[in-house]
Design a protein. Sequence first.
Length: 455
Amino acid sequence: MVPGTALGVLVGDLAYTWLAIRLMRRTGRDDVTAMPFGIDTPTLFAMVFGVLGPVKMATGDATLAWKIGVVATLAIGLVKTALAFAGDWTRRVVPRAALLGSIAGVAVLLIAFLPMLKILREPLAGVIALGVLLLALVGRVRVPLALPGAFAAVLAGTVVYWGATWLTGHTEHALRVGTPVMAFPWPTLAWVDALDAALPYLAVALPFALVTTIGGIDNTESAAAAGDEYRARDILLTEAVATILAGLCGGVVQNTPYIGHPAYKAMGARAGYTLATGLVIGVGAAVGVLSVLVTLLPEAVVAPILVFIGLEITAQAFLASPPRHGPAVALTFVPVAAAVVLIEVGTALGGVGKSPADLRGDAAQTYRTLLMLGNGFILTALLWGWALVTMIDRRFAVTAAVLAVASVATLVGLVHSPVPGGAVFWPWTEHAPRALAGAYGVLAALCAAASLQQR
């Protein structure tokens, strides 16, 4: 699974490097930054807890679980290929506040907040690394030997971490690493006999094709706001092809452009960093040395980079949008907050040997509400931000259309799915939250009436 997934990262990073070089030549600029690229974390959780885990528990067959994961990944890649051609149109139609706001919520709540917890678990190394990073990149303090700020922060934190580990005598425990194993990605058709078995699980996997496509459009807009104008179709087709290649070589997680382009640009990254990333991840996975790298670089000293990325993306969403659209940007954070709470509640319950099914009374009702708000959070954030922008601009006919889309999306579970894992369903099933879909419909009618009154 790992080499196939890493091949997707390698191919995508090489393609983004080429796109950056092409943009550099076309514009005559030497400060073009490539789009960051990697695996999609929400899909990773969905595949583990919604596909691979359930199949393994139901059948006891790990190989079948892997095959179904491959089929789901290939299906996601094919859907993304079709959706890629609507990317540039979407950028023209959807307001910037909705596009940037929907990833800003992810940036500050998932990319910045959760890593901050890792920093405070190892405060000596983590806080020092964070401080060095912010001094270099925000305070613009010159680092000795002209080292890049991010590199200096990781280096300082790593030295402190291993120094403290050595002084406390825990070095042997901290350096426990498995034996590297060679595993080159190679195409396989072993999944063909699992096509029928995979069909029920596509309802869990396919919504993530839409989510990452929206995320790719958002990230393209973020890069444009930072000064690098890429074509959304090229960005989205790259992630689609990389996902298909990963699946064909046994990978079970889709690829996607990462949030953080403005932050990488602020750190001085240009076109070469994606080349380095692709080679390290792609080759490192094939020869089995990634585990060594992960062991040598503690989470607490790498996490500050994610915190900085979260801050940069969040700031950009407000600064690059018209000031009057600030409330819309802020509104997009709410569904992401629900997703963060769901993650932490699930972790806490698992730590005491419980599950959400053990909750009772108000706690159970609160969890169900969080589930509906958190499932499909990126699409929810986009629709909410878009609707509020059009309200602020008094384009009530567009508001009505956006809310009508939200109503239909709710009926099939693309947003507000009450099913764990965020699976989609038919509107007539018992899972469909008809009351919420009806509320969106009523609001759409009210906005349509407001538009007629305005005329």
